[in-house]
Design a protein around this ligand. Structure first.
Ligand code: FPP
Length: 244
């Protein structure tokens, strides 16, 4: 079975860059933290909507390797929001049969945070509805670099021949190993760039850029992006499918 959604189908894997929290808040004369707080509400709405629509995988960019460069207070606030989200939402997500996975570099993260990630993943490991993938301390170039290092170690110790390194071998060493590639990538907030997100995995992904700020995102926004996706002509480098 192909792991890619054909044109006209629902996307199996939707990835989102949740952008615009800060601008949403500034526009309302609020601190940026208020935008992030509302961003968590949008995240909850989106997870529910994705599960209701029967999407298999939802990958959310919650904190990039570059986000550490933000003011310390904002970084602390974002980390605290994530901790709070895991503490308060994991039990309900588990009841809803949602499997939680976290991608990104865990080296150097506080032990307590790593433990929270491991516990959330272990608790929900056998769930079969939506896979909710949270990209935290995630950067695609760093992920690819880690994969190359792991592969190079196998070549160095003689367990893998250089000639046997294929795209499938590289994919199997990425944090997203075992997941289908995203069919649809949505970025909110009006910017049109990929910002070091899933660079390898998005080789044939359809991109939809929506102007609304992330705190405004809801089930209708998701449905709109999927509608746009369904109108796209996906050829994967081949020719348009013949119709009778
Ligand atoms: C981008 O908005 C958003 C982020 C860097 C963080 C996304 C975080 C959340 C939605 C909430 C926390 C996440 C979890 C998993 C609980 P921005 O701050 O770059 O907005 P701007 O471009 O308007 O400044």
């Amino acid at each position: 079975m192909s792991d890619r959604a054909a044109p006209d189908c629902m996307p199996r894997h939707v990835a989102i860059i949740m952008d615009g929290n800060g601008r949403w808040a500034t526009q309302r004369g609020l601190p940026r933290s208020a935008g992030h707080r509302q961003g968590v509400e949008a995240l909850r709405r989106t997870v529910r909507a994705a599960a209701d629509m029967g999407i298999s995988v939802l990958t959310l960019y919650s904190f990039s390797t570059e986000n550490w460069a933000r003011p310390q207070a904002e970084v602390r606030f974002l980390l605290e929001l994530l901790r709070r989200f895991i503490r308060t939402d994991v039990a309900d997500l588990h009841k809803s049969n949602v499997r939680i996975m976290i991608i990104g570099d865990r080296d150097g993260l506080e032990l307590s945070l790593r433990t929270m990630f491991e516990e959330a993943e272990a608790l929900t490991r056998h769930n079969t509805a939506l896979k909710l993938v949270i990209a935290f301390n995630y950067g695609s170039r760093q992920e690819i670099t880690r994969a190359v290092q792991a592969i190079a170690r196998q070549v160095a110790d003689g367990t893998l021949a250089a000639a046997d390194i294929t795209p499938a071998v590289i994919g199997a060493h990425l944090d997203t190993a075992g997941l289908p590639d995203p069919d649809l990538l949505i970025r909110t907030g009006g910017e049109q760039r990929i910002s070091n997100y899933l660079l390898w995995q998005c080789a044939y992904t359809e991109f939809v850029f929506q102007p609304e700020y992330w705190p405004e995102f809801d089930a209708h926004s998701l449905a709109r992006a999927i509608e746009t996706f369904r109108m796209r002509d996906r050829r994967f480098g081949g020719l348009k499918a013949q119709t009778a």
